[in-house]
Ligand binder design. Structure first.
Ligand code: KG4
Ligand code: ZN
Length: 352
């Protein structure tokens, strides 16, 4: 089975082709990504209108490039998958419409993929692990602890009450005058910094519900920057290192509580898995590796390029759905919001 995957929900345009091997494992045949960093840099963040336009400009060429690299034609594919949300709606429409058009013209099955599900299933592409597993999904828009029970079967154990982890990294970077995208820059600066210089708060530590809250930590960083006036190079490094250390303490503490709940409700996980752009952070990866070892579990840390947004994860989610006979029709509408665990959202809304 050979599937093309398209990703346009945020600021990367991506097209990839993934093959399902007879042994059930996935093989990335090609994975083309075109980042829009240059287009958004001057604004210090993603501008939705610019993003949508940039996706339109490159997506056709990128699909062509993917097919050429793989040495296949559209007629050789067994299906076409496109991210249909959640994300910036203008961008989502570009990838979704392109995917539908290719499917319609070629008569191939079409799969509308949830971008979060694609992050959640990446560990099965890279490591072929079994359900259920404990997932930490940490991206620019989401911070979730999830019990991944099966394709389309997710229990959200914890989430953030305010900023997503990636968003907190990006905001701290902005306060320090570091260029967009901030996460990787904060990590770079932190390398030379003293993580014990600033004693930042660890919000939610030891709370029984495994949720996150990061806005207080962000405010603490802002106050410290204010006290310093104009931070010098070493101040910036120390601020980044101290912030990152606080975030890691929070992640590990929340993961510990989340894992306990997982074991009570789902039994033994096959592994601890990380996904989303923040999972590209080497210090966070090391901390989670340590945590998994202590918990007696396998840690699955997909390579950084498969943690940040990419097309291979969309193609793989397409394969996971296609082999279960799950396809979508041309009426599938783009979704700005699309929670993985719709049950949890209903409960939440019921209370509200
Ligand atoms: O998953 P992703 O590529 O896009 C979303 O779906 O949001 O995640 C992007 C987020 C951004 O907030 C970015 O700053 C953060 O992931 N990020 C990082 C690192 N690389 C990307 N945060 C911390 N350290 C990194 N190395
Ligand atoms: Zn993402």
């Amino acid at each position: 089975m050979l599937v093309l995957g398209l990703e346009t929900t945020c600021d990367e345009t991506a097209a990839a082709i993934v093959r399902l091997r007879p042994d059930g494992r996935g093989e990335i045949v090609c994975d083309e990504v075109r980042s829009q960093i240059a287009e958004h840099a001057a604004y210090g963040g993603v501008v939705p209108e610019i993003a949508a336009r940039a996706h339109v400009e490159v997506i056709d060429g990128l699909v062509r490039q993917a097919l050429d690299k793989a040495g296949v034609r559209v007629r050789d594919l067994d299906g076409i998958a496109a991210a249909a949300g959640p994300g910036l709606i203008g961008g989502v429409m570009v990838g979704l419409t392109t995917g539908k058009a290719l499917a319609l013209a070629s008569g191939k099955p079409f799969v509308a993929v949830n971008h979060l599900e694609a992050h959640a299933l990446t560990a099965r592409l890279t490591d072929g692990i079994e359900f259920p597993y404990f997932l930490l999904l940490m991206s620019g828009g989401h911070t979730q602890l999830i019990a991944v029970r099966g394709v389309g079967d997710y229990d959200r154990i914890g989430t953030t009450l305010d900023d997503a982890i990636g968003e907190a990294f990006d905001k701290v970077a902005k306060m320090l005058g570091l260029p967009y995208p901030g996460g990787p820059k904060v990590e770079q600066e932190a390398e030379d910094g003293d993580s014990s210089r600033f004693d930042f708060p660890r919000p939610m530590l030891r709370r029984p519900n495994p949720d996150f809250s990061l806005s207080g930590l962000k405010t603490a960083v802002r106050l410290e920057i204010g006290k310093l006036g104009k931070p010098e190079k070493t101040d910036i490094a120390d601020l980044c290192a101290s912030f990152q250390a606080a975030v890691i303490d929070v992640i590990i503490d929340r993961a510990r509580v989340g894992l306990r709940i997982f074991r009570e409700t789902c039994g033994a996980p096959s592994a601890i898995v990380i996904a989303g752009g923040v999972a590209a952070n080497a210090t966070i990866r090391r901390a989670l590796q340590r945590f998994s070892r202590e918990a007696g579990l396998r840690a699955i840390l997909p390579p950084a390029a498969l943690c940040t947004d990419n097309g291979a994860m969309i193609a793989w989610a397409g394969i996971e759905r296609l082999r279960l006979g799950l396809t979508n029709d041309m009426g599938f509408a783009p979704r700005a919001r699309w929670p993985l665990d719709e049950k949890a959202i209903r409960v939440h809304n019921g209370k509200a």
